[in-house]
Design a protein around this ligand. Structure first.
Ligand SMILES: Nc1ncnc2c1ncn2[C@@H]1O[C@H](COP(=O)(O)OP(=O)(O)OP(=O)(O)O)[C@@H](O)[C@H]1O
Ligand SMILES: [Mg+2]
Length: 326
């Protein structure tokens, strides 16, 4: 049996269909990335799997336990780092961790030891004895993740673990999550960033307006989005047509060359392998380049390819869930 099994789950809030017939499985030790824009239904699924709310229809089990009928067993097998931090601002990091450990019925000595271990693991030793209200966003996220791991759960739910973090804190958190995965934890993480799913997940499920619309590895999804983009800006406007000519040679399908002013962009399948040749051929044609860049497809590109609209457009009006950290 898979560690997480979701079968035809639907969830309605009044007239809003937050989830529509969602099915998926996550094998033990695997990481599933649930990728979708605001309001797609990510948090709703995480809450159902954490046994915090009940589905309208369908069934799901976590670590072999039913999320509706065996909530106690489900909760003792999971850690949850939610979208809004669940820590007490006025306590220190160490006190917060100690408190959570006591809530899990660890004895005082074990709780103290566990709090110390987690501060170390999450790089919070120096700030561990300061009130959480003095922490940066990245430190809070790390503490929150630490709190979800107090009881060393075999299954971990991470709801948008790095949203709002700067690139450096994001990278640090990714390292922490990777090391957890190496230890064998089964993870379901939600994210709005293709790159995050790419960095962390074995497989990705794309969710839109309550339905799963695609599943695959990051590279499979990227291929559907037209892979990567190489973009060149030439020094002179009259070199643009030459640039377009060169870039066409690298484009795999069409129409994949676009042009705005002096900037020409081409969609390619293996950008890093082609970059050097692009430079060489532009040089051979005498094109002076002022800017050259390569970028990975974003969630928006994947979305556009899958649905014909961008992720931002797909947000439904008037259905804000009022999350405190939005
Ligand atoms: N308690 C609730 N009552 C009514 N509607 C809700 C409730 N919770 C969520 N919804 C609605 O269900 C839909 C899915 O919400 P959900 O929070 O699961 O999305 P999400 O993918 O987590 O979005 P985000 O990326 O913004 O966190 C949205 O339309 C939301 O407004
Ligand atoms: Mg959410």
């Amino acid at each position: 049996m898979a560690t997480i099994e979701v079968e035809n789950i639907s969830k309605n809030y009044g007239k809003i269909e937050a989830l529509k017939n969602v099915s998926l499985t996550v094998e033990q030790g695997a990481v599933l990335g649930m990728l979708g824009p605001n309001g797609a239904g990510k948090t709703t699924l995480v809450k159902i799997l954490s046994s915090l709310i009940k589905p309208t229809a369908g069934r799901a089990s976590v670590a072999g336990f039913d999320v509706v009928n065996e909530t106690r067993q489900v909760r003792s097998n999971i850690g949850l780092a939610g979208q809004s931090a669940a820590v007490d601002e006025n306590l220190t990091g160490r006190e917060n961790l100690y408190l959570v450990a006591r809530l899990y019925h660890l004895d005082k000595d074990t709780s103290r030891r566990r709090a110390g271990e987690l501060l170390e693991q999450f790089n919070l030793v120096e700030s561990g004895d300061r009130a959480v209200k003095t922490y940066s966003g990245g430190m809070r996220r790390r503490l929150d993740l630490g709190a979800s791991l107090v009881a060393e759960p075999p299954v971990l739910f991470l709801d948008e673990p790095t949203t709002g973090l700067d690139p450096r804190s994001r990278n640090e958190l990714w390292d922490v999550i990777r090391s957890l995965v190496q230890g064998g934890t089964t993870v379901l993480l939600t994210t709005q960033y293709l790159e995050e799913a790419d960095q962390l997940a074995d497989s990705i499920s794309v969710i839109d307006q309550g339905s799963l619309i695609a599943q695959g590895t990051a590279s499979e999804l990227k291929q559907r989005a037209g892979s990567e983009f190489i973009s060149v800006q030439s020094q002179e406007l009259d070199q643009v047509s030459k640039t377009v000519g060169v870039m066409r040679r690298f484009s795999t399908e069409e129409p994949t060359v676009t042009q705005h002013d002096r900037r020409v962009t081409v969609s390619v399948t293996d950008g890093s392998a082609l970059l050097a040749s692009v430079v060489r051929e532009l040089d051979a044609e005498g094109v002076a380049v002022t800017d050259l860049s390569m970028r990975q497809p974003t969630l928006d590109d994947v979305f556009l390819a899958l649905t014909g609209r961008t992720a931002v457009e797909s947000e439904t009006d008037g259905s804000e869930d009022g999350a405190a950290d939005d």
